[in-house]
Design a protein around this ligand. Structure first.
Ligand SMILES: [Zn+2]
Length: 83
């Protein structure tokens, strides 16, 4: 890592995550799917991606991603109710 590069830190405990260590990230992406006829397979291109949250391994283990997935499904269901 170069000296002037921004260092990665955990968004929960604020510990610095040194280069060479694993960590968790939660992203928001905008994707584009299309079928590649030549290869006969679907392909997905990521058009835009931003990191919403970065967690050290310790906090990542405590952070329940399944709760977040349940919340996203609940939001999806509630949006159906308002249609
Ligand atoms: Zn942490």
């Amino acid at each position: 890592m170069k000296e002037n590069e921004e260092k990665t830190s955990c968004d929960l405990c604020r510990v610095e995550i040194p280069c060479g260590r694993a960590y968790h990230t939660i992203h928001h992406t905008i994707e584009y799917a299309e079928h590649n006829n030549e290869m006969d397979r679907d392909e997905i291109q990521v058009l835009h991606s931003i990191v919403l949250m970065t967690l050290c391994v310790s906090c990542g283990k405590k952070f329940n991603l399944y709760d977040m997935a349940d919340a996203a499904r609940a939001l999806k269901e509630s949006s159906k109710l308002t249609e």
